[in-house]
Design a protein around this ligand. Sequence first.
Ligand code: 9MR
Length: 463
Amino acid sequence: MRPQFLLGLIVVLLAAATAVAVTTAAQAATTLGASAAEKGRYFGTAVAGGRLGDSTYATLLAREFNMCTAENEMKWDATEPSQNSFNYASADAIVNRCTQNGARIRGHALAWHSQQPGWAQNMSGTALRNAMVNHITKVATYYRGKIHSWDVVNEAFADGTSGARRDSNLQRTGNDWIEVAFRTARAADPGAKLCYNDYNTDNWTDAKTQAVYRMVQDFKNRGVPIDCVGLQSHFNSQSPVPGNYQTTLSSFAALGVDVQITELDIEGSGTAQANNYRSVVTACLNVARCTGITVWGIRDTDSWRASGTPLLFDGSGNKKAAYNSTLDALNAGGTTTPTTGPTTGPTTGPTSGSGTCTATLTPGTVWGDRYNSSVTVSGASTWTVVVVITAPQKVSSTWSGTPTWDSSGNVMTVQSNGSGNSFGFTTMFNGNTSARPQIRSCTGAGGGTTSPTVVPTTAPPSG
Ligand code: 9MR
C-alpha cells in the first residue's frame, strides 16, 4: 500500500473511531437513577426528612435518585409514638417529595428490635405480639399502594458464628414472629414486595448469612410470603466488601426472591473507595434478580458514619471519585435484565374524563414458567380493558372477564362479564421472564377512552 493511502486509511479509521466514541458518550446516562433505569433497576438513597429544606440536598435528591428510603421516619418509634396512635407527618413529607420527584419508596422498617417506642420496649408476650401485628397492619394499610418494597423485618439475626436469632423482646414472643410479620404485611398491602433486611449478611460463608439464607429457603418452601432479601451492605475496613459478594447475591436470588442492596455505604476515599463501589454495583448488575441499589445518604456529611466519608458526594455536594465509578459501572454493566418475583406496587391509570375508567394492574404469583396478574377497574361497572402482552409471552387463561384477541395474539381486549370489577389472567413466560403486561386503555360504559395507562413493561419497573 502506498504511504499516502495508508495515511488516508488511518485518518478515516480514526475519524470513525472518534465518531463511535462520541456517540457512545452522548448516549450514556448522566445520573445514577437514569442509568439504573436503563438496566431495569433503581438507584435510591436514604432520605432524612430534616434535610429536605436544604437546597443542595434537595437538588441532588431530585436529580440522581429514583428510590427513597426514609432514614428514620417510618420506624416504629416515629409512626406510633403512643400505642395505636399514629403519626405519619414526617414520613409523608418524604413520600410526597420523592413521589413528586418521580421516585418510588422503600418502606423501612415495620418490625425491628431497635427504635421501638418506649411503650413497646416495655411490652412482652401476647401483648407485644398483638401490638406488632396492629402496627404492621395499620402502617402498611396506610401506605398501601405507595410502597415498592417493605423491610418487613429488620436485623433479626445475631452477629458472630452462632447463626441464631438475635435475642429481643420480639424474638421472645415466639420464633414465629417473623413469619407472622410477613403474613400480616401481605394482607395489609398485597402490592408491595416484602423484604427481610439485615447487615453482616454480605459474606456468603458467614454464619449469619447462612442462617438468613436457610430462613428464606424455609419460608419459600412453606409458602410464607417473602419477595426479597435486603443486604444493607455497610462496609468499612473491619467489614470490607467480601470477594464472594456476588455469590451471596446470586445464592439468595436462586431461592426465588429479589435481592436489593438497601443501605450501601463504603468508608474510605479516592481510588480505593471508588473501586469498592464499582465492584458492588457490578456484582448487582451481574445478578438478574438484584433489582436495585440504595445508598445510605447523599453527601458524606449526611451519613450516620460521616467521619468515614462513605458516600458518593462530598459535604459540598460535589461528585466524588466513588460517584464516577458508580455511574461508570452502571453505564457499563447490565448484560442481565432483572427477573423478578410477584409484586410491584399497583400502578394506576389516569382518572380524569367522563366515561373513562381506571384499570389498576397488580402483579400476582410467579411460577417457573408463568405468572398471574390481576386488574381492578374503577369508575365504571361495565368496562373494556385492553392489555398488551410482549411476545413471546402468551396469555394462557383469563378469569372474571371475557377476552378477545387481535391477529397478533398480543393484544387482549377484556370485557366485563357481570362477575365484578376485576379480572385476572395467567401469562406464560415462553423464555422472556422480564416483560410484564401493559394496560393500553380502559373504556367505561359511558364511552370515552383513557390515554395509555403507565404500567411497567419490565419487572421491576425502573422509574
Ligand atoms: O441512619 C440511621 C440513623 O440516623 C439512626 O440514628 C440510626 C438509629 O438506629 O439508624 C440508622 O439507620 C440504620 C437503619 O435503620 C438500619 N440499619 C442500620 C442503619 C445504620 O445504623
